[in-house]
Design a binder for this molecule. Structure first.
Ligand SMILES: Cc1cc2nc3c(=O)[nH]c(=O)nc-3n(C[C@H](O)[C@H](O)[C@H](O)COP(=O)(O)OP(=O)(O)OC[C@H]3O[C@@H](n4cnc5c(N)ncnc54)[C@H](O)[C@@H]3O)c2cc1C
Length: 438
């Protein structure tokens, strides 16, 4: 057993000792939640092994904070904090997403309508730079821009080696009530009302079709008359269509979508009966990672999250039904709690909305030669919306930096990775992932 300090020193030393300026990637213990990309050059990079950074260091019940290493998975974190009736403000729904990955890749969930992303609950990061320097970054110390910029920059500015973040009180069960709406206008009005009133602990929804919008409103409760789990034969997103209410143990609520949100595996009744207990998101991603070279990219379904400014939702949906028309969609209202430094000034000038709708398009089959990623990117640029960068990205470099903040990015990059061994954000997410560039 090594102490945290020893583990950080080992990683820092590996970086200091490196002679080459060739790009490196991280080796974690938990599987990466990235859409498989057959040609991704990162598979053959030299690795910086951070797999032993997976311990919870402290849960302070009084101050309601947690200090942990980046490889802690949300399933382990929720289990540990629930012992004290506490939880993180955002628990992404796949069990093995890690807290470091959640910051670097911007994870969200049904408390995001109040609290933003997981990164918005963070108070301090320890960051290892490419030169092996160890920085303590907070929102108001000398490294405050590093603190803000490691969010959503996919590990291209340094390695997050320790995180300190807030927890909130929780109860053992969650009661969910399903409100059904039959047009977008009524559905948006209901979301807006709950957003303003902040009257529920959790809000997310499934858009089953343009004629059925189910808003899932949930609260922590002390007791439950019954509970359901969605880890074998039952499929959570389908249950929202037929049920009026439901009760789940709190941890089961957090991971209700772990079999895939709207792209559930196994797909058939018999498949679920025989294998459903064992097949989960982690196993599917691990298999995809292992066989990435032989999976034809045409067979990998479209998987992406797009963030639509609330005021543009109606225009966007009209366009979406004409051009894409894929349902169901998972929809998570998201409140950016500050004008994030990693988004461009131009983005914030043109986008005044306090609320976004994260539409998760999971499982759309590629067909008819249409490049859905590209046509969606073009539309998002037009309405000043954005997407997460976990899948294939086709932005040109000038278009990319219309959304992401090049000035702030370059300022931090010069300080934390001047030789560019972590690659720059555009290259990593838009080129390397397609087998292009360095
Ligand atoms: C099928 C699928 C469904 C998803 N569903 C959701 C969802 O519902 N809600 C949601 O919020 N997100 C979702 N995501 C996105 C997910 O939250 C992000 O991709 C997140 O970054 C994954 O975290 P991870 O721990 O798996 O990290 P990885 O995928 O391993 O890494 C993500 C990025 O972060 C970098 N990184 C990882 N650890 C560190 C570190 N310690 N320091 C610096 N950089 C680091 C990696 O280099 C990589 O670029 C989904 C992704 C997929 C593929």
């Amino acid at each position: 057993m090594f102490t945290h300090r020893q583990k950080v020193d080992r990683i820092a030393q590996q970086l200091k000792d490196r002679k080459s300026n060739k790009p490196v990637s991280l080796k974690k213990k938990a599987v990466a939640h990235q859409v498989p990309k057959p040609g991704d050059k990162r598979y053959s990079d030299e690795k910086i092994d951070i797999s032993d950074l997976d311990k919870i260091i402290l849960i302070d019940r009084e101050k309601k904070i947690c200090i942990a290493e980046p490889g802690v998975t949300f399933v382990d974190l929720a289990k540990a904090t629930l012992r004290y009736n506490l939880v993180p403000t955002v628990v992404p729904e796949l069990k093995t997403i890690t807290i470091g990955g959640a910051v670097a890749g911007c994870s969200i969930e049904s408390m995001s309508y109040k609290y933003g992303g997981f990164h918005d609950s963070c108070l301090e990061y320890e960051v290892i730079t490419a030169q092996g320097e160890v920085l303590i970054c907070t929102p108001d110390n000398e490294h405050k821009l590093v603190f803000q910029m490691v969010h959503g920059t996919f590990g291209t500015l340094g390695i997050i080696s320790r995180l300190k973040f807030k927890l909130i009180p929780a109860k053992p069960f969650v009661k969910v009530v399903y409100e059904k709406y039959f047009n977008l206008e009524d559905y948006q009005a209901a979301i807006w009302k709950h957003y303003q009133d902040k009257d529920v602990d959790f809000m997310d929804s499934i858009i089953h079709s343009p004629r059925l919008y189910v808003l899932s409103l949930a609260n922590f409760v002390e007791e439950a008359p019954y509970t359901h789990r969605y880890d074998w034969m039952r499929i959570y997103y389908l249950s929202t269509k037929t049920r009026k209410r439901d009760y789940l143990k709190t941890a089961d609520y957090f991971f209700r979508y772990d079999k895939g949100v709207t792209n559930v595996n196994p797909k058939s009744f018999l498949g679920r009966l025989f294998f459903g207990k064992f097949v989960n998101s982690s196993l599917v991603l691990r298999a995809a990672e292992k066989f990435h070279k032989i999976i034809p990219s045409s067979q990998i379904p479209v998987t992406l999250d797009i963030f639509i400014p609330f005021s543009k939702a109606s225009d966007f949906m009209d366009w979406y039904m004409q051009e894409v028309n894929f349902f169901p969609l998972w929809c998570v209202p998201y409140h950016p709690v500050r004008k994030y430094e990693w988004l461009s000034n131009d983005f914030w000038r043109k986008t005044k909305d306090q609320l976004f709708l994260d539409l998760a398009i999971y499982g759309l089959k590629k067909s008819g030669g249409k490049n859905y990623y590209k046509i969606l990117e073009d539309k998002l640029l037009e309405i000043r919306a954005l997407k997460t960068l976990i899948s294939t990205n086709y932005y040109t470099e000038p278009d990319f930096w219309k959304i992401w903040n090049k000035k702030n990015y370059d300022l931090v990059k010069r300080k934390t990775d001047p030789q560019n061994i972590f690659r720059d954000l555009y290259t990593k997410t838009c080129k390397t992932s397609q087998g292009l560039g360095s």
